[in-house]
Write a protein that binds this ligand. Structure first.
Ligand SMILES: *Cc1c(COP(=O)(O)O)cnc(C)c1O
Length: 451
C-alpha cells in the first residue's frame, strides 16, 4: 500500500531550468559501492559516516597522474588534519603519500602508522621545543613558520650536534584576497629572504625546501601558477647568492573538492578546476622558471580536501517534519553541525535513500541540537520526507571527522567499505563512558547527598 502523502500546490515551471536548477535528484541514493544504505544503517546505526576506499584510491591516483605526467619529481604528503582516521591515512600511505602534520599528536599518529620520520612534513605555528627535538631526532622536515621558531630550533640544533632539515613557509600575494599572510614569512616585503639569510648562516640547518599553502578551496589556478613562480624565483636567488640548491618546492594544498560553496551560483562540480588544471598551472610555472632541468626541485603537494571529500558520506534519518511560522517546511535530521562542520560553508548535497514521489518542496534542514545555528541546509528542494526516512549527505570526507563536536550527542560510528565491498568499523561510536573516562570527580562530589 502506498503511504499517504498530503497534497501540495507547486508552481508549474515549464521549459528550461531556472537558475536554481531543476530538482536536485531524480533517483534515490540507495547504495554506496554496492552496499545498501539501509543495511549500513541497520548494522551501524544512524547517523553514521561511511568512507569509500575505492574512491580514496581512485581520487589519489588521478591526482598523482595529473602531476606526475607533467612534472618529473612529484611527492604527495597526506594532510592529517583533513582526516586523521588511521584507516584513511593508511590508504594514502599505501598509495605512496608521505605525512603532513600540524601538531605533535598528528606527528605521533604518523609515526604510529609506520611513516618513516624523514617522510613527515611538520607544519604549523605551534611546535614546542620538545616537538622540535623529536622531529630533529627523526630527521623530519621542519617547516619553519616564524622567527621565534627559527631561533628556538637554532638553540636546539646547537645542543644536539645534529643537522636539521628545514623549509620555510612563505606567504605571498597570489591575487586572491584576503591574503593568508598570518602563516610563514612574507615574500613581497623580503621577510622570507631575511629568513633564508638567517638559515643559510646556520651551520647545522640545511635549507631543504620552500613551502607555501596559499589558501583553501582555491578556485584560481592562476594563483598557484603565481605561487610556484615566486617560490622558483626564490630558489634561483638562493642558488645565485649561496650556490645552494633547494631540494623541493612544496605548493601545499587548497585544491577545491566537488562541494558547492554557499552562495555559489553554480554547482561546485561545474566550476572547480580539475586536478589537471591545477597540475598544468603549477608544472608550467616550475618548468618555465629558468631552473635548469637537471636541477629542478622535487614538487611536494599537501592536498587535503580534494583527495578525501568525495570519499565520505554521512547517513542519517529524519526525526521530524515541521511547519515554521512563516509557512516553510522544516525537516529535522538526526545529524547537525556537530557532525557536519562544513555545512557552515558548503551547501551539501542531500539525497533520500529510498524511493520518493515526484513532488518536491523547498525546505530548511535542521540538525537535532538545541541550538539555533544548527542548520544543515537553509534552503533545499527535496522530495517530501517522513519520520524514519534515511538520507545520504555527500562529500563529507574532509574536515568533518576531525572538526566534529561532542556537543549534546556523541560521535557516531565510522565505517570503511573496502575494494571488495567488505564493511569495516574504523572508529566506534562514543558513549557516555567515553566522556566519563576522562573525568575525575573529587571525593566530596561523588554523591548527590552532601557529605
Ligand atoms: C590544511 C593544510 C593543508 C590541506 O589543505 P586543503 O585545503 O584541505 O587541501 C595542506 N597544507 C597545510 C600547511 C595545511 O595547513
Amino acid at each position: 500500500m502506498l503511504p499517504y502523502e498530503r497534497p501540495i500546490i507547486t508552481r508549474y515551471n515549464p521549459g528550461i531550468t531556472n537558475k536554481f536548477g531543476s530538482k536536485v535528484d531524480y533517483f534515490p541514493f540507495t547504495q554506496i559501492d554496492g552496499v545498501p544504505v539501509k543495511r549500513l544503517i541497520d548494522a551501524y546505526g544512524s547517523p553514521c559516516f561511511v568512507l569509500s576506499e575505492r574512491t580514496i584510491r581512485d581520487t589519489y591516483r588521478n591526482a598523482l597522474r595529473a602531476f606526475s605526467t607533467r612534472y618529473p619529481k612529484v611527492q604527495f604528503a597526506w594532510s592529517y588534519k583533513t582526516n586523521y582516521l588511521n584507516a584513511v591515512c593508511q590508504v594514502f600511505h599505501q598509495e605512496g603519500a608521505w605525512a603532513e602534520v600540524v601538531s605533535m599528536f598528528e606527528y605521533q599518529k604518523a609515526i604510529l602508522n609506520g611513516v618513516p620520520g624523514e617522510q613527515i612534513l611538520f607544519n604549523g605555528p605551534d611546535k614546542t621545543a620538545d616537538d622540535l627535538r623529536i622531529a630533529l631526532q627523526n630527521n623530519s622536515l621542519i617547516h619553519i613558520d616564524h622567527f621565534d621558531e627559527l631561533y628556538l630550533l637554532s638553540e636546539i640544533v646547537r645542543d644536539s650536534g645534529k643537522k636539521a632539515r628545514v623549509a620555510i613557509r612563505i606567504n605571498m600575494d597570489t591575487g586572491v584576497y584576503p591574503q593568508w599572510d598570518r602563516f610563514g614569512f612574507n615574500y613581497e616585503n623580503e621577510t622570507a629572504w631575511e629568513a633564508v639569510q638567517k638559515i643559510m648562516g646556520q651551520s647545522n640547518m640545511i635549507l631543504t625546501g620552500l613551502h607555501c599553502h596559499i589558501g583553501t578551496y582555491m578556485l584560481s589556478t592562476r594563483a598557484y601558477h603565481l605561487a610556484a613562480t615566486k617560490l622558483a624565483q626564490l630558489a634561483l636567488r638562493i642558488k645565485g647568492q649561496y650556490g645552494h640548491r633547494i631540494a623541493y618546492i612544496d605548493i601545499g594544498g587548497g585544491f577545491a573538492s566537488g562541494n558547492t560553496l554557499k552562495g555559489s551560483y553554480l554547482q561546485g562540480s561545474d566550476v572547480i578546476p580539475t586536478m589537471d588544471d591545477y597540475a598544468e598551472a603549477i608544472s608550467t610555472a616550475l618548468l618555465g622558471s629558468g631552473i635548469p632541468t637537471a636541477e629542478l626541485p622535487s614538487l611536494y603537494l599537501e592536498a587535503g580536501r580534494a583527495l578525501i571529500d568525495d570519499a565520505g558520506y554521512l547517513l542519517g534519518s529524519v526525526l521530524a517534519i515541521k511547519r515554521l511560522s512563516d509557512g516553510r517546511r522544516a525537516t529535522i535530521m538526526d545529524f547537525g553541525v556537530n557532525l557536519l562542520f562544513t555545512s557552515f560553508w558548503y551547501d551539501h548535497r542531500i539525497t533520500p535513500a529510498q524511493e520518493f514521489s515526484r513532488h518536491t518542496e523547498d525546505m530548511v534542514v535542521y540538525g537535532p541540537l538545541c541550538m539555533n545555528i544548527d542548520v544543515v541546509r537553509e534552503n533545499i528542494s527535496l522530495p517530501l520526507l517522513n519520520r524514519g526516512d534515511h538520507v545520504v549527505v555527500h562529500r563529507v570526507g574532509a574536515y568533518n571527522m576531525t572538526q566534529w563536536m561532542q556537543f549534546i550527542s556523541m560521535r557516531p560510528n565510522v565505517v570503511l567499505i573496502d575494494l571488495e565491498g567488505g564493511v569495516h568499523l574504523v572508529r566506534a561510536r562514543e558513549t557516555v563512558d567515553t566522556l566519563n573516562q576522562q573525568e575525575q570527580t573529587p571525593a566530596h562530589l561523588l554523591s548527590i547527598s552532601p557529605v
